[in-house]
Ligand binder design. Structure first.
Ligand SMILES: Cc1ncc(COP(=O)(O)O)c(C=O)c1O
Length: 387
């Protein structure tokens, strides 16, 4: 591997554990058939691997019925299934200004078709007040959907409190767990969650192209697609029962295999242990950045209720230029710009200056990586000062 220091784990985790590469290679060679479609042994075994992953993920989210764990391509795919499958014209939906475009854009589309959408702003520290969500409940509110952990400012929202208020009011509550799954515990029951959307390639350490959703019993999502399920082919409409209800066509078995290996690695290390170490590195990074003149940090007065995603700017330098210098001069990968979350940047007042620089720490980062990053930012800020 090159000497690149990868601090873009908010975009995707890299590298993956060796077990993920090895398992995907051997799975594809030995079981690379269309699972559950035919009756021969190999096909059944491939199908079994899919079902085992379903069970493992259901346990991970503390769900109760593995059939309600449906695979899709990523969280964008899952969030589209949720939003288009739960809202109709005349409905009211509540979300937040912390959302990624994978929530905002489906909501904007529906708002053109008669769904009323309200977005609750976050406070100066980067958190949404559950009471601000509750205040907006209406008799026709059919969905509350919240980004669990921000991909820009790293704040972790109080989903259990929001979930409790929604449950009491009988309003379905969905979370976007793209950034949190694998970093922060998620518990369908204890946090009063109705639907969880996840992606496989970030902190679950799987490959791209795999993700999905878990849907609690009692919550129904309408079909917005239809197609092959591999079973009961003579039935005309798409099947109603889960998981077929929300799965269409040949699944990404390579993705499922890689996700299984990633999840197994995460579970063996422990979500808390991974998070604890990432936050230790985040604190070193934060302390270092704080000490650099002209570095402006966003929603980083404290790292409490945070994941290891940090946004900053160097006064007077475009975020994209900082990113280029980090890459070209220091071999550090990060992400700059609006991070597909334009309203977060409006909230922290960075939309007008082309966004911010984001460092995202992952399980394979080291203390040396973050210290090198601090040094690099210090040199870039000093260069600017000399101009
Ligand atoms: C908070 C959040 N939601 C949704 C997504 C979309 O994830 P994917 O591209 O895997 O669908 C991302 C990815 O950056 C994200 O950070």
């Amino acid at each position: 591997m090159s000497k690149l220091i990868f601090l873009d784990n908010g975009a995707t985790s890299y590298p993956k554990p060796d077990e993920v590469y090895r398992h995907m290679d051997s799975f594809f060679r030995n079981y690379g058939v269309n699972p559950g479609r035919s009756g021969y042994d190999l096909c059944m075994e491939a199908g079994l691997a899919v079902e085992e992953t379903r069970q493992q993920l259901t346990g991970f989210f503390k769900g109760t019925d593995p059939n309600r764990l449906c695979f899709g391509y990523n969280s964008t795919d899952a969030l589209n299934l949720i939003i288009f499958g739960m809202l109709r014209p005349g409905d009211h939906a509540i979300s937040t200004t912390l959302e990624h475009n994978s929530v905002l854009r489906p909501l904007y589309h529906l708002s053109r078709e008669g769904v009323e959408v309200e977005l609750v702003p976050f406070d100066g520290a980067g958190f949404v007040d559950p009471q601000e969500i509750r205040k907006r409940f209406r008799p026709n509110t059919r969905l509350v959907i919240v980004n669990h952990a921000s991909n820009v400012i790293g704040t972790v929202q109080p989903i259990a409190a929001i979930g409790k208020l929604c449950r009491e009011a009988g309003i379905p509550f969905a979370i976007d767990a793209s950034q949190s799954a694998g970093k922060v515990p998620i518990d369908m029951k204890a946090q009063f969650l109705d639907v969880v959307a996840f992606t496989g390639h970030k902190s679950l350490l799987g490959p791209t192209g795999i993700g999905g959703l878990y849907v609690r019993e009692g919550i129904e999502i309408r079909h917005t697609r239809a197609g092959g399920t591999g079973v009961r082919s003579a039935v005309k409409p798409h099947l109603d029962e889960y998981p077929y209800r929300l799965e269409y066509g040949t699944p990404n078995i390579m993705g499922i295999a890689g996700l299984k290996a990633g999840l197994t690695w995460v579970q063996a290390k422990g979500v808390d242990a991974i998070h604890h170490e990432e936050m230790r590195l985040a604190q070193i990074l934060l302390d270092g950045l704080r000490a650099i003149p002209r570095v402006k940090l966003y929603c980083l007065d404290s790292l409490e209720n945070h994941i290891a995603v940090l946004a900053f700017n160097i006064e007077g330098v475009d975020a994209a230029d900082v990113g280029t210098m980090l890459d070209v001069d220091f071999g550090i990968a990060c992400r700059t710009g609006l991070h597909c979350a334009p309203l977060v940047h409006e909230g922290i007042d960075t939309a007008r200056i082309h966004g911010a620089v984001r460092f995202g720490i992952g399980p394979f980062n080291t203390e040396e990586h973050v210290r090198t990053a601090v040094e690099a930012v210090g040199k870039i800020a000093a260069l600017r000062a000399k101009r």
